[in-house]
Design a protein around this ligand. Structure first.
Ligand code: D61
Ligand code: MG
Length: 419
C-alpha cells in the first residue's frame, strides 16, 4: 500500500484517489452482501475462492445488485475451474480434453472434486474444493444455471479444439481469424454469458443479450490486451498467442523480438498488435451505451477502462519484451472511481487514445493505419456523445501545487521518523 502511494508521488490526483478509495465507506450493496454471508458458510467459501482467484474481477462482482451477484460469482468460479484445467501443462492431453469437453456435466455432479492439477497451478485449490462451487451453483435459479452450463460447454469444447492443435500450427496461433476464434472461446463467450445473465435478471433489456457481436468484442478487448501485455511471461512458459499472420511480417521466430538487434521490428510488431485491438473500441463503447443499471454499468466499465489504460501503456513500449508491465495502483484506483457514467468513460477512452496518438510515429509502418483507427474512435465519440466537447479534457485543479507540497511534507516527516 505504501508502495502504491510512492509510485504516484508526483501525481496528486492519484494520491487523492488512493486516499478516497482507502477511506471510502462500504457501499449499500457490499453491506447487504457481507450480511448475507454471515448465515451461509458454503456461500462464504465461494466468495473466499473468488477473492483468492481474481485480483481484477472480485471487487466489481461483489458490488453487483443482489439479483446478479451470486450468479456472476458462480459463473466466474466455474470458468476459472475450467481455465485451470486448460492452462495446466502437466496434465496428460487426453485427460485434459476429456475434462474440458465434459465440464458442463461436472457442474451438476454433487461432490465432484479434482486433485490432479500440477502442484504449481495457481488455482489448484479451487478444483480441490470444487464441490463447494457445485453446491452453490445448484442453488441458483435454473435460468442462470442454463446460461452458465451453455457457455461452459461451448468454451470447454473450444479450448479442447485448440489444445489438440486444431486452428494451430506447431505451438502458435496461425491466422488473425484463429486468434479471434480463440479469444471468442475464452473471453467473447464470457461477454455473451454475462449479457444473457444481465437480461435474464431484468436489470438490463433483452437487446443487450441479443447483440452477440458487441458482447463478444467486450471480451476480445480485454483478452487481446492481456495477450499483448503478457508477451514475455507467456514466452517464458512456452505459450504463444500472438497470431503469426501479424508477427510473421516482422520476424522468423516469435522469440526474436527479445533480441536487441530486432528492436525496430519488435516495436513495429507491438504496434501492429495494438492496432488490431484499437479496432474494437467503437463496439466496446456501443455496448456500454446500452446499459441502464448502475451496478452493471460499473461492473462492465471498470475492466474496459483498465484495458484502454493498459493498451496505452504497452503501445510503443519496448518494456513489454523485457518484463511484466502494469499500470500504477494509483492510476487504476483513479479509473475505478471515475468509471460511473458514460460521459466519464468516454472521456477516459478519449484521453488514452489521445496519448496513443501522441506516441504514434511517422516512421512506424502502421502509422497511417493507427491514425485511421484513432480517427474512427473520435468519429464515434462526436457522433454518439453530444456533450463530448464539454468534457474533452479533465482540468487539473488549482490545488495541485498545494497538494504536492503537503504530500512532500508528509513523506519527509515519515522519512525523518524512520531515521
Ligand atoms: C463485462 C465485464 C467483464 C467481462 C466482460 C464484459 C466480457 C468478458 C470478460 C469479462 C472475460 C474477460 C477475460 C479476460 C481475462 N482473461 C482470463 O481470465 C483468461 O482466461 C479466460 C478463460 C476463463 C475466463 C474466466 C472469466 C473471467 C472474467 C469473468 C468471468 C470469467 C465471469 C464473470 C466475470 C468476469 C486467462 O486467465 C488468466 C488466469 O489464469 O488468471 C487465460 O488463461 O488466458
Ligand atoms: Mg487459459
Amino acid at each position: 500500500m505504501l508502495n502504491a502511494f510512492a509510485q504516484s508521488i508526483t501525481r496528486p490526483s492519484e494520491i487523492k484517489a488512493l486516499f478516497t478509495y482507502k477511506f471510502a465507506p462500504k457501499s449499500e450493496n457490499i453491506r447487504r452482501h457481507r450480511q448475507s454471508l454471515t448465515k451461509d458458510e458454503n456461500k462464504r467459501r465461494c466468495y473466499e475462492f473468488l477473492n483468492m482467484t481474481s485480483r481484477s474481477f472480485a471487487a466489481v462482482i461483489q458490488e453487483l445488485d443482489d439479483q446478479l451477484r451470486d450468479a456472476v460469482c458462480l459463473f466466474y468460479l466455474v470458468l476459472r475451474g475450467l481455465d485451470t484445467i486448460e492452462d495446466d501443462m502437466t496434465l496428460d492431453l487426453d485427460r485434459k480434453v476429456e475434462l474440458l469437453r465434459s465440464f458442463d456435466k461436472v457442474i451438476y455432479e454433487k461432490g465432484w472434486t479434482f486433485n490432479e492439477s500440477g502442484p504449481n497451478e495457481k488455482d489448484r485449490e479451487l478444483l480441490v474444493h470444487f464441490d463447494v462451487v457445485i453446491e452453490e451453483f445448484l442453488k441458483l435459479n435454473p435460468k442462470f444455471q442454463q446460461v452458465i452450463a451453455d457457455i461452459t460447454k461451448r468454451m470447454g469444447n473450444g479450448m479442447a479444439d485448440y489444445a489438440t492443435g486444431e486452428h494451430r500450427e506447431n505451438t502458435s496461433v496461425a491466422t488473425i481469424a484463429d486468434f479471434d476464434l480463440y479469444c471468442h472461446y475464452v473471453a467473447g463467450l464470457v461477454g455473451h454469458g454475462l449479457s444473457d445473465l444481465f437480461s435474464a435478471s431484468n436489470l438490463e433489456a433483452p437487446e443487450v443479450a441479443a447483440n452477440t457481436e458487441l458482447s463478444n468484442n467486450m471480451g476480445l478487448f480485454l483478452q487481446k490486451t492481456n495477450i499483448i501485455r503478457d508477451y514475455r511471461e507467456d514466452l517464458e512458459e512456452g505459450r504463444q498467442f500472438w497470431p503469426r499472420e501479424i508477427w510473421g511480417d516482422y520476424a522468423d521466430n516469435f522469440s526474436d523480438f527479445i533480441k536487441p538487434e530486432h528492436q525496430d521490428q519488435a516495436r513495429a510488431c507491438l504496434n501492429a498488435m495494438v492496432l488490431n485491438v484499437l479496432d474494437l473500441v467503437p463496439d466496446v463503447l456501443t455496448y456500454m451505451q446500452q446499459l441502464h443499471n448502475q451496478s452493471v454499468f460499473n461492473f462492465c466499465a471498470i475492466p474496459q477502462v483498465m484495458a484502454i489504460a493498459t493498451l496505452n501503456l504497452v503501445f510503443n513500449n519496448m518494456d513489454v519484451y523485457k518484463r511484466n508491465v502494469k499500470i500504477r495502483k494509483g492510476e487504476a484506483v483513479e479509473l475505478i472511481l471515475a468509471s460511473t457514467s458514460m460521459d466519464s468513460v468516454v472521456s477516459i477512452f478519449r484521453h488514452y487514445v489521445h496519448e496513443i496518438s501522441k506516441k504514434n510515429d511517422a516512421r512506424d509502418p502502421n502509422f497511417i493505419n493507427v491514425s485511421m483507427a484513432i480517427g474512427k474512435i473520435e468519429q464515434w465519440i462526436t457522433t454518439n456523445i453530444p456533450s463530448s466537447d464539454a468534457n474533452a479534457r479533465p482540468q487539473s485543479s488549482y490545488l495541485t501545487p498545494i497538494i504536492i507540497c503537503i504530500i512532500a511534507v508528509i513523506f519527509l516527516a515519515i522519512y525523518q521518523n524512520l531515521q
